[in-house]
Design a protein around this ligand. Structure first.
Ligand code: HEC
Length: 139
């Protein structure tokens, strides 16, 4: 009986351990470059909607992009290619253009939204230039 219990305990422990390990990782961990590719997809599609004057269709793309940026800010306090935590760059360069795009969308003002979008692209690129990243974000 004792032996039986011992034999049983091992697979139970293994099972518990495996379950809790997979539970700890509900999302796949993406590196910075993969997050950047997601950002690019949101930014380009949002740009297409804004240029076409479809402000309402740009809302979910703006929200999607902003949530990736928050995720990146939370994850990358440091990274071999960053000189400061990502949240520093977010506040310094992306917060203002994002706010401008949002204001434009809320006020149904394409001119303001486009002004924000142009600033966004410019600031994505300024960060790449400062960090020697050979990647141009297209308008
Ligand atoms: C912190 C400053 C910073 C800002 C702001 C920034 N990037 Fe990046 N970006 C990087 C770094 C660093 C890399 C290189 C990542 C790597 O190689 O691990 C990169 C790489 C990229 C790449 C290439 C990814 C690949 O592997 O092909 C794209 C695309 C990109 N960024 C898009 C954007 C877009 C779009 C924005 C604006 C919404 C933006 N980035 C804003 C720092 C920044």
């Amino acid at each position: 009986m004792h032996l039986f219990k011992k034999i049983l305990i091992v697979p139970v422990l293994v099972l518990i351990c495996c379950c809790s390990c997979t539970d700890d990782r509900p999302y796949t961990i993406k590196d910075l470059d993969e997050n950047m590719i997601d950002l690019k997809a949101y930014q380009e599609n949002m740009g297409d909607e804004l240029k076409a004057g479809r402000l309402q269709d740009a809302v979910w793309l703006l929200d999607g992009m902003d949530s990736v940026l928050h995720e990146v800010s939370r994850k990358f306090d440091e990274h071999r290619k960053l000189k400061e935590p990502f949240s520093y760059y977010y506040k310094d360069r992306l917060k203002k253009p994002i706010r401008l795009i949002r204001t434009g969308i809320n006020d149904k003002d394409t001119t303001v939204a486009m002004k924000g979008y142009r600033l966004l692209v410019k600031n994505c690129n300024s960060c790449h230039i400062d960090l020697d990243i050979n990647k141009t974000v297209k308008y």
